[in-house]
Design a protein around this ligand. Structure first.
Ligand code: PMP
Length: 283
């Protein structure tokens, strides 16, 4: 039996869910999304994701089809209907269906779709061994702070990594790392955690915000600035963060092995703190 998904006000079996071929999400990638993780049947940092969603919508002059409370209720209903205790809830809002035209339609009704993905997030084999990443050029559009569904280049980046025998790619612009294909990137040098400052060049990760807060609370030093691939290759350790991977150690960058090639101490500690604290605050 397949999943029960949510489409525009209805809970339906996944193979019965339908969207118009004129939906602007399909024609123009005119849509935004969020991925919220679930542990113990509860949502991690729902408020953070809701806030970023509202910002993405506002930047694109799009109306939300539901309030934050309604969105929370839909998330929870999907967890119950799919008996999901660990994994993710994917949410997408598009501008809706309208005859094809580049200009935004004036009266389209936004499309709202949500579905669940069951996955073991806490016990991850990758967390135990650490990831290998390669560097690729960042040729995405300039508003990466808006979480849009135009993810073709990140998909290509993941394929480039796969072909190179790596797990993921870090994107580089003007000589500096922006972020991973679907995550924020960090290096650790002399006990200092270094990650790119916020701006339009990267997505403002919800996990990034939480992890930096926990790091500071644990008296770890944090520096928000751009770093180069050369600097990364010589770092003591490295890691990534995202809603679905939490904190994931990186042990190899463009063939350069970091430290002894095993997940670093800072990354392991932050992963533990993040999972513990998020679990406690889950809703
Ligand atoms: N950067 C990019 C490009 C991403 O796609 C993601 C995850 N969607 C992130 C960073 C991490 O954001 P979050 O911690 O909110 O999942």
């Amino acid at each position: 039996m397949g999943r029960i998904v949510y489409v525009n006000g209805e809970y339906v079996p996944e193979d019965e869910a339908k969207i118009s071929i004129f939906d602007r999400g399909f024609l123009f990638a005119d849509g935004v999304y969020e991925v919220t993780s679930v542990i113990d049947g509860k949502l991690l940092d729902f408020a953070g994701h809701a806030k970023r969603l509202a910002r993405s919508l506002a930047e694109l002059e799009m109306e939300s089809p539901a309030s934050e409370e309604e969105l929370l209720a839909i998330h929870r209903e999907l967890l119950v209907r799919n008996d999901l205790t660990e994994g993710m809830v994917y949410l997408q809002i598009t501008r809706g269906a309208a005859d094809r035209d580049f200009a935004y339609p004036e009266d389209a009704t936004p499309t709202l779709v949500l579905f669940t993905q069951a996955r073991a997030l806490v016990e991850s084999p990758v967390a135990a061994r650490g990831m290998k990443v390669i560097g690729i050029e960042d040729i995405r559009w300039g508003r990466r702070d808006i979480k849009t569904v135009q993810l073709l280049y990140p998909s290509m980046g993941k394929m480039m990594a796969k072909k190179a025998g790596a797990d993921d790619a870090w994107m580089v612009e003007d000589g500096h790392v922006t972020e991973g294909t679907s995550n924020n990137a960090y290096i650790v040098k002399g006990n200092k955690i270094i990650t790119r400052h916020l701006g339009t060049e990267i997505l403002h990760g919800i996990t990034r915000a939480a992890v930096l807060r926990f790091a500071r609370e644990a008296q770890m030093q944090v520096e928000e600035r751009a770093f180069t691939m050369d600097e990364a290759k010589e770092a003591d350790e490295a890691f990534i963060t995202s809603a679905s991977t939490f904190v994931m150690p990186v042990v190899e960058i463009d063939g350069a092995v970091l430290g002894d090639g095993a997940p670093g101490q800072v990354a392991r500690r932050l992963r533990e703190i993040y999972i513990d604290e998020s679990r406690k605050a889950a809703v």
